[in-house]
Design a protein around this ligand. Structure first.
Ligand SMILES: Nc1ncnc2c1ncn2[C@@H]1O[C@H](COP(=O)(O)OP(=O)(O)OP(=O)(O)O)[C@@H](O)[C@H]1O
Ligand SMILES: [Mg+2]
Length: 265
C-alpha cells in the first residue's frame, strides 16, 4: 500500500520558488494499476520521484507498506529501492559506461549477494523478455531511443519489485514494442500482483489502468476508477484544458556499483 498525506514540494532558484506538489493526498492499494495523467509541467514526474524515495518532499508523509519514506536516511532508502521498487525514468538514465546487460543488472549489483554470473544470467532472461537479447553487449549510445527504453524497462523488472513506477514507459516506442511492454507490465500487475504506477500521455495506456489520477498545476484534480464517473473532481478554471555491496563482489562488480551509485539520486 502506498499513501501520500498532505505532500508539498517546491523547487527554489535565485529568482523564484516553484510549488510543484501542492497538498497531495491519496492512497493506493497493493496490486492496483494506477495511471497518472495531466499536462506537461503539472508535477507527474516529481510525484513519481518522491513516491519512489528518489527525492524528498518538503512536508507530508509518504508511506510504502507502513514505512514513511520521508523519515528514512539515504542508505535505508537505497535498500528499500533496491529491494522493493522498480523505476522507469522518463529519460531512461542508463549508465553510458555499462553495456545493455550490465545496465539491466544494476539493481542487483546494488543490492544483492548474487555473484556476477548469477546477476548476468538473471539480466539475460529479462533482456529476452523485452526482445533485446541481440543488443546485450551494446552501450547506450549504440542503441535507439526505443531500445534504450526497453533496457530501462528491463532494469525495472530485474529485482522483482513489489511496486513499479513508470514515467511514460511507452513514449518512444512504436505500436508493436509499446504493446510488448504494456503486456509485460500488465502481466506483472495482474499475474504477479505488482503494484503499477504509470505516468502517461497516452489515453490508450490510461484506459488499461484500474484507476486514473489527473494532475494539474501540482494538484490532483480528479481520481476516478476506470469505467465509473470521476470522483473528487475539483472545479477546473475555464481555460484550455541502493546499499553496501557484498564483500565478495568482484572488482568489476565494485566498479559497476560505483558507477551505478553516481547516477542513482
Ligand atoms: N529540479 C528542478 N528544479 C526546478 N524546477 C523543477 C525541477 N524539477 C521539476 N521542476 C519544475 O517542476 C514542474 C513540474 O515538473 P515535472 O517534471 O514533475 O512535470 P511533468 O508533469 O512530469 O511534465 P512532463 O509531462 O513534461 O514530463 C515543472 O514546471 C518543472 O520545470
Ligand atoms: Mg514528466
Amino acid at each position: 500500500m502506498l499513501e501520500f498525506k498532505n505532500v508539498f514540494k517546491s523547487f527554489h532558484n535565485e529568482e523564484e520558488t516553484i510549488d510543484v506538489l501542492k497538498n497531495i493526498s491519496f492512497r493506493m492499494e497493493t496490486g492496483e494499476f494506477v495511471a497518472i495523467i495531466g499536462p506537461s509541467g503539472s508535477g507527474k514526474s516529481t510525484l513519481l520521484g518522491v513516491a519512489a524515495g528518489l527525492d524528498k518532499p518538503d512536508t507530508g508523509i509518504i508511506s510504502l507498506d507502513g514505512i514513511d519514506l520521508t523519515k528514512q536516511n539515504e542508505s535505508k532508502l537505497a535498500d528499500i529501492r533496491a529491494d522493493q521498487i522498480g523505476f522507469i525514468f522518463q529519460n531512461f538514465q542508463l549508465l553510458p559506461g555499462l553495456n545493455a546487460i550490465e545496465n539491466v543488472g544494476i539493481p542487483l549489483y546494488l543490492k544483492s549477494s548474487l555473484s556476477e554470473k548469477e546477476i548476468l544470467s538473471k539480466a539475460e532472461k529479462i533482456l529476452e523478455s523485452v526482445a533485446m537479447s541481440h543488443r546485450a553487449t551494446h552501450f547506450p549510445k549504440q542503441l535507439s531511443g526505443g531500445e534504450e527504453q526497453r533496457i530501462a524497462i528491463a532494469r525495472s523488472f530485474v529485482n522483482d519489485p513489489k511496486i513499479i513506477f513508470a514515467d511514460e514507459p511507452t513514449a518512444n516506442l512504436d505500436y508493436k514494442n509499446s504493446k510488448t511492454i504494456l503486456d509485460l507490465l500488465l502481466y506483472r500487475n495482474k499475474k504477479q500482483g505488482t503494484t503499477l504506477v504509470v505516468v502517461t500521455h497516452d489515453p490508450e495506456v490510461a484506459k488499461l489502468a484500474d484507476r486514473v489520477l489527473e494532475m494539474k498545476d501540482g494538484e490532483i484534480i480528479s481520481d476516478s476508477k476506470n469505467g465509473s464517473k470521476p470522483q473528487n473532481r475539483k472545479s477546473i478554471p475555464k481555460v484550455k484544458v541502493s546499499p553496501p555491496i557484498s564483500s565478495k563482489s568482484s572488482t568489476k562488480q565494485r566498479k559497476t556499483t560505483k558507477q551505478a551509485k553516481k547516477v542513482s539520486r
